[in-house]
Design a protein around this ligand. Structure first.
Ligand SMILES: Cc1cc2nc3c(=O)[nH]c(=O)nc-3n(C[C@H](O)[C@H](O)[C@H](O)COP(=O)(O)OP(=O)(O)OC[C@H]3O[C@@H](n4cnc5c(N)ncnc54)[C@H](O)[C@@H]3O)c2cc1C
Length: 532
């Protein structure tokens, strides 16, 4: 059973070794977990639904609670402390395009707003119900999860948009193909959600971002059905696929998506390399990206992130041995871990790794025991469960991310970490912030920073701590010329920073587009563009 107030399946735990717990306590001070609010207590506060009955719509309090939330930290705070106040009035689980159309017509008729719900993994408030826009109908796409067509000759696959990562990949692997899209939220996130948020998966260096993968789509908009055909390429004016990508549920509901697929890889391998410092590691990954060496993943951690990863892995003996080995190899006290992944035919993997290692060696990179990369790969979809463990220890964890050109990476990274580390100084609270570069391009890189701080005894103070940190780091991103999101999207948490990169004219164009497809503003209101 999926947890309603945290990440993942209730039966899966991610225990931390005592040494890892001590490590965090030393950095942040001892944490104190608040008492979780039981589901029944929150359910008792769910007001009666104002929606008239519809055969596809359920109004049970539990479903309304489960669909009131995503995975943003404010969502977690509301769920764990039980302070949730706004809920969808009903939840529908359509199975066909016609049922989605029917639900849009019903919402129009009864004056409801509609929020498409994919896997519920948004981390920036996409699914949060805003009290000013009720009644809300949540349309859960989870039962629209079939592979409709695989055109082997054209390397195209059409899925219903509610398909989750593992089911999509299993359907393709059974026929010898892969999409190659592996966000860390893979277990629950859906194809429709990936498209609506412009998601990026861990193997983006080989397979691209979701916008490179989407060839066509069917969108049920409040105005009409919109079909975007899957041309291999087109010069027929502006590419309207790019307009619906990242639309965050504001333009309509994706019911079908056609994606470009690839032959399933013969081999996927992960290796670890340590660099004496971050600057050398960064130069190496830049060169690897610019030379297109043919690997699928490059993930370079700062020395602080390297320390945290090794400490939380809880393998004290391995960590000591690694530290000794790296000292013997002359790496110094602050080594930085690079995980290199390669995927493809055996030959492609061999060649890609050989070239990547040659560049790494030129910048004093030292290959490490295979086990480190292997552990990272094994845990890469399991590590979100760590969020539950940390909360239960009394620590909140969140992430922020941006992308900038190579000349700005170091300055941006320092500014983001500084904003976070110093953010709670007034409150005499410490913040642990650490960073990696995980999606590298010839022109620049994404920057992904994780931060931890202690939970306060109340929801209000915990939220206030988060808000101070979020504002400070978002302002640092804008001030240093970064995009407000490389992969998580805009939604509520980032909407006020969007104009800084789109400009006034761009924002007006975006609003005009929304009005064309959704004249009454019924789709996921209040997200992406503030106050519209
Ligand atoms: C632990 C964790 C790790 C993550 N790792 C990554 C990562 O590696 N890369 C990454 O890019 N993101 C990551 N995310 C963020 C999140 O998983 C992505 O934004 C994901 O694309 C959301 O997909 P979803 O199906 O869960 O959508 P939801 O969260 O359900 O919805 C997100 C938005 O998409 C809209 N939407 C969903 N389905 C449809 C549809 N069919 N039609 C129209 N609109 C729709 C919703 O209305 C909403 O606005 C992570 C999140 C968590 C919690």
């Amino acid at each position: 059973m999926r947890r309603w107030n945290g990440w993942g399946d209730e039966s899966i735990a991610y225990p931390l070794a005592p040494a890892a717990r001590r490590f965090l306590e030393e950095l942040l001070g001892p944490g104190m977990a608040p008492q979780d609010a039981p589901l029944a207590q929150v359910a008792a506060r769910v007001p009666p639904s104002t929606l008239p009955a519809h055969p596809l719509v359920t109004t049970t309090p539990e479903q309304r609670i489960r669909h009131a939330l995503g995975q943003s930290l404010p969502d977690w705070i509301a769920a764990r402390f039980g302070t949730l106040t706004a809920f969808p009035d009903g939840v529908a689980f359509p199975t066909t395009n016609e049922e989605v159309r029917d639900l849009i017509a019903y919402a129009q008729q009864v004056g409801a707003r509609l929020i498409p719900y994919g896997g519920g993994t948004s981390v920036v408030g996409h699914l949060t119900v805003l009290p000013e826009y009720q009644p809300i109908l949540s349309v859960d796409m989870g039962r629209m999860n079939r592979l409709l067509r695989l055109e082997e000759m054209n390397q195209l696959a059409t899925f219903q948009a509610g398909v989750r990562g593992p089911d999509l990949e299993a359907a393709l692997r059974a026929r010898g193909f892969t999409l190659g899209h592996f966000p860390q939220s893979f277990e629950y996130s859906t194809l429709g959600g990936w498209v609506a948020t412009r998601s990026t998966g861990q193997a983006s260096l080989k397979y691209g971002r979701i916008e490179d993968m989407v060839a066509g789509a069917r969108v049920e908009t409040p105005s009409a059905t919109w079909v975007l055909p899957p041309f291999p390429a087109s010069a027929a004016g502006p590419d309207l696929r790019q307009v619906v990508l990242g639309s965050e549920g504001r333009l309509g509901v994706f019911t079908e998506v056609t994606v470009r697929v690839h032959p399933a890889p013969e081999r996927t391998a992960f290796y670890a390399v340590f660099f004496p410092d971050f600057a050398l590691g960064m130069t190496a990954v830049r060169e690897m990206a610019q030379e297109a060496v043919g690997v699928s993943l490059l993930r370079l951690s700062t020395s602080m992130e390297t320390t945290v990863l090794l400490a939380l892995a809880g393998r004290e003996r391995t960590t000591r041995l690694v530290a000794r080995y790296l000292r013997l190899r002359g790496l110094g006290p602050a080594p930085c871990l690079l995980v290199v992944g390669a995927s493809g035919t055996r030959r492609e993997v061999r060649q890609g790794l050989r070239r990547a290692f040659a560049i790494a060696r030129a910048y004093r990179g030292v290959p490490a025991v295979h086990q480190i990369a292997h552990e990272w790969a094994k845990n890469r979809f399991r590590s979100p469960y760590l969020r539950n463990t940390l909360w239960e220890m009394g620590y909140a964890v969140d992430t922020v991310e941006t992308a900038v050109t190579w000349d700005r990476v170091s300055t941006m990274l320092e500014a983001m970490e500084r904003a976070l580390r110093e953010g709670l100084a007034d409150r005499e609270e410490r913040v642990l912030a650490f960073t990696h570069l995980s999606h590298v391009y010839p022109q620049g890189s994404s920057i992904y920073t994780t931060f931890l701080f202690r939970l306060a005894p109340t929801a209000e103070e915990t939220l206030a701590r988060w808000q101070v940190l979020k504002d400070a780091v978002s302002q640092a991103i804008v001030a240093h010329g970064g995009t407000i999101s490389h992969q998580h999207g805009v939604s509520l948490d980032h909407s006020r920073y969007l104009e800084a990169e789109k400009g006034e004219l761009g924002m007006n164009a975006l609003v005009a587009l929304m009005r064309a497809l959704d004249p009454d503003g019924m789709m996921n209101p209040g997200k992406l563009t503030p106050n519209v």
